[in-house]
Design a protein around this ligand. Sequence first.
Ligand code: UTP
Length: 286
Amino acid sequence: MTKPVRKAIFPVAGLGTRLLPATKTMPKEMLTVVDRPLIQYAVDEAREAGIEQMIFVTGRGKSSLVDYFDMGFELEATMSKAGKSLDPLAPAKTGFGEIVSVRQQQPLGLGHAIWCARHIVGDEPFAVLLPDDLMVGQPGALKQMVDAYATLGGNIVCAQEVPADKTASYGIITPGETRGDATEVRGLVEKPKPEDAPSRLGVVGRYILQPEVMDILGRGEKGAGGEIQLTDGMAKLIGRQPFHALKVDAVRHDCGDKAGFVLANLAIALDRPDLRPMIEDYLASR
Ligand code: UTP
């Protein structure tokens, strides 16, 4: 019997330097894709997957991420008085205690950010969602992973084939046996050069992990880029616990990158019947 995945960590304390100057005072995860911030897409995906508690790992200048999910008393009162519909605010509503936040005082790496949530996670399996990886799928990527977890158990990372010349931007998997969409993970290496990469199967921003990874991350060992890497921590679980990479049926937009962010806006706008005609007209006129 696997314990259900009820908690999800959203590490949102990074500096977002690839999107400067936009991210100088604005958290990357608050950047808007069409009409909602990236964090909203990630929280919606987690809810659909049955997650009950959203844990934001924040840092300095990131309070707007938590405020966004608060009740907007003044806004609601003013809009109601003016006879405006409150429907546009509905997605940003959360239940009492559904969102909690912890601080990562210094951005020491993704692995360190995850470790900062250890007391809230306790001894339960948990999900991790990187909101700048916007995943568009039906059902959502995390729901597909939670469904696979019911039979696979252990640890599951979301994986995609990445271009051969881009392995240095990903954690790369040494693959074992593949059954359907799930591949056994025999090894993990963070940001290898193309000539050192064991495959082109790269980890993207969704994970289901067992709590034992927290003790490993707590050792504070530094890896690629001098950061405490989640990939290195996860690699130490291989052989001790089941570990799989799952290819999900979803499109990934890397919104931590300028071109990826623009393409995400375009793709999501084209999926919206109210916006599609205008965007198509514009593209046709170019
Ligand atoms: P990235 O590798 O995209 O780093 O982090 P970044 O700092 O956000 O962006 P760039 O590379 O400078 O443009 C992946 C995820 O891990 C979080 C980020 O917020 C992002 O969601 N993160 C990273 C932390 O929370 N803390 C860290 O110390 C590092």
